[in-house]
Design a protein around this ligand. Sequence first.
Ligand SMILES: [Ca+2]
Length: 276
Amino acid sequence: MKKRNLVLVCGLILMLVFFWCPSAQASTVVFEDDFEGSMRSEWFANHPGTFQVTTEKAQNGNYSVKTDTFDNTLNYDFTSAPITDGTIEARFYDFAENIGTYPSISVDLLNQSQGKGCSVHASPYFFQENYSVRDGTSSIHDTGIARTEGWHIVQFHTSADGFKAYLDYNLVYQTGVFEINYLQFGSQFKPDETPIHPAYFDNAKIYTEGLVQPPTLEERVEQLEQRVDALEIELTATNNRVTILEQAMQSVKNTINNIMSYLNKLPNGIKKQIGL
Ligand SMILES: [Ca+2]
């Protein structure tokens, strides 16, 4: 009940902020795939057949696309019409556990060799607790954003002002001017592990002539709910630790009482000798 009230209050605050914010520039969608029952023909996988649409999870609509194959990628190459002013965005689902199939969303930057693009990862290979970002070379950085269970949006925006990468609307990397020509969904897991979760992706979109679109009110409330859930889990864990500590202290008290009870039953002569 308290959680719902908090979300409602935050939602109302965000609604006010939302109305005061300037609206995003008009944009034109040039590519979109919500994976609603099928995949667009432009996609190709490096292990064909290992990405499938599914109703198991969906960020939008009823379907997403999933894989549970190690080191697999789903790719869309638009080198013939690279984006010079626009945004490439997609969503991945993170179970926020360090066993599973770890999702990443990447773009390649024209004028750099393929595979040297910018990626946002949920991966224990790099920073276990936080999301990481590859900076367009081979360097991986900590975004400082804690991993949470649920859907996350990755956006890559390029314009004459430069290239910027966003995770959940937070700027996580920026560099000079680059055209974007390639979108890739990736999945990895540790080879010695049996993955317990597939990697899910949904709602890929490329649009031009617009700034990164701000989150909808629904998305903002959803993010707040995820944060409240994470805080509740943390609070429960803390309460559990306190309970365990209290139980341990009670156990020590019981042991002391038992020892005192035993000592009190000793003959008076022995009690005197041990100073009781
Ligand atoms: Ca969908």
